[in-house]
Design a protein around this ligand. Structure first.
Ligand SMILES: CC(C)(COP(=O)(O)OP(=O)(O)OC[C@H]1O[C@@H](n2cnc3c(N)ncnc32)[C@H](O)[C@@H]1OP(=O)(O)O)[C@@H](O)C(=O)NCCC(=O)NCCS
Length: 193
């Protein structure tokens, strides 16, 4: 590892907005028709293949939790081309900025790791990925959805707010060498029983 990267990894601070959405009375319709792309949820086998093809060392902590708890993965596709993807987690979720797993209450889902290819951004696909996961969670009877956004990520914040997510608090995470400080609320405790 390069020295600069090493030191940057040893000292950093993340501020994250925590957002929440309660299941509405009316079922949300995904927006794909207007977008020239489809939102496709992968089955268990396709999900595993996708992770094996994509994952490098840094992703495995997250993917291990996703496999163990059957998290849902949705792809934004135009034909066979993948334009973006996003995860919907249950039970436990690994949060890469913090390097910790949190345990979710029953009936709660967690939206995380949305990505749209740079050339396809600002066309509504990020919003569509939120809508597709909300509709999927509503159909599964999930009452509460939670997500986090790094402070400054306006695109992600707007995409969530468009679909009735509200900011419920802010978490600060600081790492300095072996010291990790986390003002975790309103997130659940890490690895809480
Ligand atoms: C966050 C991300 C998924 C958004 O995807 P996208 O397809 O560009 O999002 P959308 O086109 O649906 O835009 C959503 C909103 O953000 C706005 N927006 C998009 N890019 C923006 C930017 N760089 N700055 C400010 N606002 C932006 C859009 O105008 C839109 O606002 P509106 O609802 O008021 O019209 C994409 O930027 C991305 O992959 N970023 C890198 C990875 C990342 O940060 N992931 C999220 C953390 S898990």
């Amino acid at each position: 590892m390069q020295p600069r990267r090493f030191w940057r990894d040893q000292f950093h601070a993340y501020r994250m907005w925590i957002l929440e959405r309660r299941r509405p009375a009316a079922v949300l319709q995904p927006e794909s028709a207007a977008l020239d792309c489809q939102f496709v949820f992968l089955d268990r086998h396709a999900r595993r293949d996708w992770m094996v093809q994509r994952g490098d060392g840094a992703d495995w902590a997250q993917y291990r939790v996703a496999i163990e708890h059957e998290h849902d993965l949705v792809l934004a596709r135009r034909g066979e081309e993948v334009l973006g993807w996003a995860w919907l987690g249950y039970e436990r979720v690994y949060l890469p900025p913090i390097g910790r797993e949190i345990r979710l209450a029953e009936g709660t889902g967690y939206l995380y790791d949305a990505y749209v290819r740079p050339a396809e951004r600002r066309r509504g696909i990020g919003r569509g990925l939120v809508a597709a996961r909300c509709a999927h969670a509503d159909a599964r009877g999930i009452d509460r959805l939670v997500s986090h956004v790094l402070v400054g990520n306006e695109a992600s914040l707007k995409a969530l707010r468009t679909h009735d997510f509200e900011v419920i608090g802010r978490t600060l995470f600081v790492r300095a060498l072996a010291l990790r400080l986390w003002s975790r609320k309103p997130l659940p405790a890490p690895r809480a029983a």
